[in-house]
Design a protein around this ligand. Structure first.
Ligand SMILES: [Zn+2]
Length: 469
């Protein structure tokens, strides 16, 4: 969360943010119909002619579909069907939330952020906080639950088989603050994951430290109202039969297909990292003391504790790693470089999410050079995401050669104004829920920008197919 960011970032959002976001995302006609903004179209066209990404034309034709979008892409994303792997990076304006439908219909939610929006707006000036989606009347938990209800496999009741919390920051699991509704089924308030869990049944709830919180957390953080609320939620879930677990690095059977292992033998979720522990082919290594690391001012650094996973399906590979960081030493005297050590455990991927929302202390060159992503997806909520240095690394063909497409759930005009035209040259599209649909068997995939104005499956733009590598 912002107040714990090593860059000392405060936070602020609202009408200016909404206005700016509207300009970047879409302009509305008749109050609901989205139209591409000029910059996005320009960025898309530059992709079409291969002028972006250092001039390297895509080897495959991921952008070919853009030109023919109106004729070939349906207005609504067709429902998931068996054999497909769907990954939805849901734009709520409240932090990270990604919903997965595995090839046999098993589901997973990775994070459910909900920070104090009004407080962030007040504290963050002159930074600009992303607007809430679909509206400032909708809580992120409600928006996530509604989205899940909309994309669930046909005939299936909404259900989250695995709910995974990357780390204990508001923008990943919620924040207790005045005015929250109380659970009807337990002694806790509804925010982030607790609100999603109130609305959608969870099978297994996984975080980075259960049950050894005292060993792996800061005493002050454990005593916070938000964590106490999460613990009360856990206890209520336990009574309801929900399994509580810590992500165990190295395992490939902790997050697994519920009913389709024989039908989809190449599908696998590999646990890469959890708190201080990193899986390597040679065994699990400890990156830093179990008690964690602190900033120079003494406060606990939660970000490098984030857990990380890699999903593989045939030739397709996807990485997501919460707010892990990649700077240390003279680059960031308070930083912890997890990324450089984690990268070899992940290897090359087709699609990756940005670590730490693309803040300047993440997405380092070693990570990018090793993962060599074809597609990058950034989940953002404040105008200093991405950091300018990060954009320059993304655009740098010397770090890893070849085409890459970059998508963001939100990009503020203030961000573009500060970093410059390289943002528009580097980003393929921004503004909405970013969906990845992997074809049966994993051989290819497509990217869809979905409207975040309702439950969110209206297609704004479509990219691909990309060939998995
Ligand atoms: Zn975060």
């Amino acid at each position: 969360m912002a107040n714990q960011n090593p860059n000392g970032r405060p936070d602020r959002p609202d009408r200016r943010a909404a206005k700016a976001a509207g300009a970047v995302r879409t302009r509305r006609r008749g109050g609901s119909r989205p139209v591409l903004s000029a910059w996005t179209i320009a960025a898309m066209l530059s992709v079409c002619v291969g002028a972006s990404h250092g001039g390297a034309a895509p080897a495959t034709e991921p952008s070919g579909a853009v030109a023919s979008l109106p004729a070939t892409v349906p207005a609504e994303l067709p429902p998931w069907s068996r054999g497909e792997l769907d990954i939805y990076h849901i734009n709520t304006g409240g932090g990270n939330a990604a919903f997965f439908i595995f090839p046999d219909g098993t589901t997973m939610l990775f994070d459910a952020g909900d920070f104090d929006h009004a407080g962030a707006v007040a504290r963050s000036r002159p930074l600009v906080i992303a607007p809430r989606r679909p509206s400032d009347q909708t809580t992120p938990g409600a928006a996530i639950a509604a989205f899940i209800g909309k994309v669930m496999p046909r005939g299936a009741a909404p259900r989250i088989d695995y709910a995974v919390i990357s780390h204990f920051h508001d923008d990943h699991y919620g924040a207790v603050r005045p005015g929250l509704a109380r659970s009807a089924s337990g002694d806790y308030l509804l925010t982030g994951i607790t609100e999603v869990g109130e609305r959608v049944p969870i099978g297994t709830l996984i975080d980075r430290a259960y049950p050894d919180y005292a060993e792996r957390m800061d005493a002050r953080q454990m005593a916070s109202p938000t964590f106490a609320n999460y613990r009360a939620f856990q206890q209520a879930e336990l009574v309801r039969g929900v399994k509580l677990q810590r992500l165990a690095p190295g395992r490939t059977d902790q997050i697994a297909l519920r009913a389709g292992r024989a039908d989809f033998p190449t599908f696998r979720v590999r646990n890469i990292k959890s708190s201080e522990e990193l899986w390597t082919p040679g065994g699990v290594k400890r990156l830093f003391p179990r008690a964690g690391v602190r900033y120079s001012n003494g406060s606990f650094n939660e970000n490098p504790e984030s857990l990380a996973i890699k999903i593989s399906y045939g030739a397709f590979d996807y990485f997501t790693g919460g707010d892990n960081t990649g700077m240390s030493g003279l680059d960031d005297l308070d930083g912890v470089d997890v990324e450089s050590r984690m990268a070899p455990s992940v290897g090359p991927v087709d699609v990756m999410t940005f670590d730490h929302h693309g803040n300047r202390d993440a997405m380092n060159a070693r990570l990018l050079r090793t993962l060599k992503p074809r597609v990058l997806i950034e989940q953002t909520w404040v105008s200093d995401q991405p950091g300018g240095e990060v954009v320059r690394r993304l655009a740098n063909q010397a770090i890893w050669p070849g085409p890459r497409d970059v998508f963001a759930t939100h990009l503020a005009d203030e961000t573009r104004g500060a970093i410059g035209a390289i943002v528009d040259r580097t980003y393929t599209a921004a503004g909405g829920t970013v969906a990845v649909r992997v074809a049966p068997g994993g051989g290819s995939y497509r990217i869809f920008m979905l409207s975040d104005e309702d439950a969110g499956t209206k297609i704004l733009k479509s990219f691909g197919p990309y060939q998995s590598r």
